[in-house]
Design a protein around this ligand. Structure first.
Ligand code: SF4
Length: 164
């Protein structure tokens, strides 16, 4: 059975920086859950960051640039948390490789999990196109990354794979 990596906060786990979650309450996701299809990950918490924790954003770049050493992840007060974000991305990749996962549904705009947009590094709510650190590392290794807005499309992909 094809398994799916999902951001833990989308599954109702209170792991976000502010101690909250981002539950989807989607019947497709509930079915995936009942089928035992979902592998949950919070890259930041599993890398050792606390709940709650200070907000962090990628400064002057995107997840790909963090991975190539051209950008950093900083907390609002300026502390560099790049190493923890890269460690969290590696944990997510390790899960994909261990469970032979090639599809991930991740929380949009997060500096870890964003798949098409991320916050712009100014801590004022602005966003730029780009992926978070985890999404970028997964994509570099052949994992298809989607946001929570793409659940129906991901379901179609799984159904198509079953037919093939
Ligand atoms: Fe959710 Fe990802 Fe942030 Fe964890 S790192 S709280 S899974 S968006």
């Amino acid at each position: 059975m094809k398994q799916i990596l999902m951001s833990a906060c989308l599954l109702g786990k209170r792991v976000r920086y502010d101690g909250g979650d981002l539950p989807l309450n989607d019947r497709i996701v509930e079915r995936w859950r009942a089928e035992g299809r979902i592998v949950s990950v919070c890259p930041e918490v599993q890398a050792g960051m606390s709940i709650p924790r200070k907000p962090a954003e990628i400064a002057n770049g995107t997840g790909n640039e963090v991975l190539s050493g051209e950008a950093v992840v900083v907390e609002k007060e300026g502390d560099d948390v790049t190493a923890a974000f890269i460690a969290g991305a590696r944990i997510a990749l390790d899960l994909c490789q261990r469970f032979d996962i090639d599809i991930a549904v991740l929380a949009e705009s997060s500096p870890s999990c964003g798949t098409t947009t991320i916050y712009d590094g100014h801590f004022a709510g602005g966003k730029i196109p780009g992926m978070g650190v985890t999404a970028a590392l997964l994509k570099q290794h052949g994992v298809q990354v989607f946001s929570q807005h793409d659940v129906a499309a991901v379901n179609e992909l799984i159904l198509a794979a079953r037919m093939g």
